[in-house]
Ligand binder design. Structure first.
Ligand SMILES: [Zn+2]
Ligand SMILES: [Zn+2]
Length: 133
């Protein structure tokens, strides 16, 4: 079993070849929109339809194996779920980069002071990246 098979099974999903293909592209690319993913997955699975891809993505999102990343003025991006992190988004080239972020202080406040039940966090820093500067 490869890593992706394990990941899929841990999320109660069948480890199909297509899903493994999707995950390996996503791991390589980091953050990807559905159109780009579709272009890439078609190279390994020429007969896959966009509807099938959406269906698979939806399932993996539902089971929290994938996470949606919403950036300003850009298509929704997807990534393989990992530890809490923030994103830097370049407004010029649209590149999205993961960065470490200390969520604990903030989430402790939410919980202890405001009695808020946190379910999802997204922190996105927008700006201009080094190579676009
Ligand atoms: Zn840039
Ligand atoms: Zn990320």
């Amino acid at each position: 079993m490869n890593n992706f098979e394990v990941m899929l099974r841990e999320h109660n999903l069948k480890a199909t070849k297509q899903r493994i293909g999707i995950l390996s592209i996503m791991e390589m690319r980091g953050h990807i929109n559905i159109e780009e993913l579709y272009e890439k997955i078609k190279k390994s699975f020429p007969s896959i339809s966009l509807a099938t891809l959406y269906k698979n993505m939806h399932l993996m999102l539902e089971n929290k194996l994938l996470t949606e990343v919403g950036v300003k003025n850009s298509k929704t991006l997807y990534e393989i779920t990992k530890e809490d992190h923030a994103h830097m988004h370049c407004e010029k080239c649209n590149e999205v980069v993961d960065i470490d972020f200390d969520f604990e202080n903030i989430t402790d406040n939410l919980d202890n002071k405001n009695g808020f039940i946190l379910k999802d966090t997204q922190v996105i820093f927008s700006g201009i990246c080094k190579s676009c500067k």
